[in-house]
Design a protein around this ligand. Structure first.
Ligand SMILES: *Cc1c(COP(=O)(O)O)cnc(C)c1O
Length: 295
């Protein structure tokens, strides 16, 4: 099948008292609206990966993720949409949850693996699919140069230049792609990366491996709220105010942390009056299903 999907991702303004007081305008690019399941950056990251698989006549996508991985779910849905088989190699003991239910509903086969073996994805792929000429390896989270290339196209869609762009980081692929896009268009935009892990300084090396040219950007490492998948009452409170005030659904793993950072930095006078700031809504709202009890 033709791997083409019209990307519809509008930019909307978020207005409130804080931003008005600081004299800044804040916008959000609604990548969460690209597709209900292959949402946000996951579609952008998969596009060139799928084209590569197709060019190599591969019919079976094999990828990796934790039991709540947005990437596993996006791959399952993309595989179904574009006629691939899909296997998800899932970290940890066999479990059932809402994300994995949706993966299976889209026809993905799941293989659970212990946490030690999970670390070495190439060996796992060899073990299960080494003799399978149809199988195509996709790294955890879609981390790849093709993934970054897909994300760099986001910049082509912008009608104006922003002083700042904000995005949450897991593997750093999306960040790298957007930074590459900023560089290719020679924009004077500062990119702000919000790692969702503790000790997020390591994210610099992760981002830098997919940069097409050296570039500077800002890492804000203080917004992890305890680490990956962790939350605090403050973060939950922020989300509970943001969603009804804007009508935009966000979740605690990625977009909640990124927007909390943006609001907190605005509070601390990080921006200059007149600044235009774009937050990337990278999707992932299905992750809320695994966090209901925190609310
Ligand atoms: C996967 C994901 C990210 C992280 O993207 P990377 O390219 O791995 O850094 C950010 N936001 C959401 C909503 C995600 O699902």
């Amino acid at each position: 099948m033709d791997i083409d999907l019209e990307i519809f991702s509008p930019v909307q303004q978020i207005k409130n008292k804080l931003f008005a007081e600081r004299g800044i305008s804040v916008f959000i690019k609604r990548d969460d609206l690209i597709h209900p399941i292959i949402s946000g950056n996951k579609w952008r990251k998969l596009k060139y990966v799928l084209l590569k698989a197709q060019a190599e006549n591969k019919t079976h996508l094999v990828t990796f993720g934790g039991a709540y991985s947005n990437h596993l779910l996006a791959t399952a849905a993309a595989a179904a949409k574009f006629g691939f088989r899909a296997t998800g190699i899932v970290r940890g003991e066999p479990v059932d949850n809402d994300t994995l239910f949706l993966c299976k509903l889209h026809g993905m086969e799941l293989l659970f693996t212990d946490r030690d073996s999970y670390r070495d994805k190439t060996t796992l792929f060899e073990k299960y699919f080494g003799n399978n000429a149809d199988a195509f390896f996709i790294d955890e989270g879609g981390a790849s140069a093709e993934g970054a290339r897909g994300c760099s196209k986001l910049i082509n869609e912008l009608g104006e230049t922003y002083n700042h762009i904000f995005c949450a980081c897991g593997t750093g692929t999306t960040a790298a792609g957007i930074i590459n896009g900023i560089h290719e268009h020679k924009l004077a935009t500062q990119f702000n990366a919000i790692p969702v892990f503790k000790n997020g300084e390591f994210m610099k090396a992760e981002i830098d491996r997919f940069l097409t040219a050296p570039a500077s950007y800002q890492l804000h490492t203080d917004y992890h709220f305890g680490g990956y998948g962790k939350t605090t009452p403050e973060l939950i409170e922020f989300i509970k105010q943001f969603v009804p005030a804007t009508g935009i659904l966000i979740e605690p793993v990625y977009t909640g942390k990124m927007l909390y950072a943006l609001f907190d930095l605005a509070q601390k006078n990080y921006f200059k009056p007149g600044d235009k700031i774009l937050a990337i809504h990278s999707g992932g709202i299905w992750g809320l299903l695994g966090m209901k009890e925190k609310f």
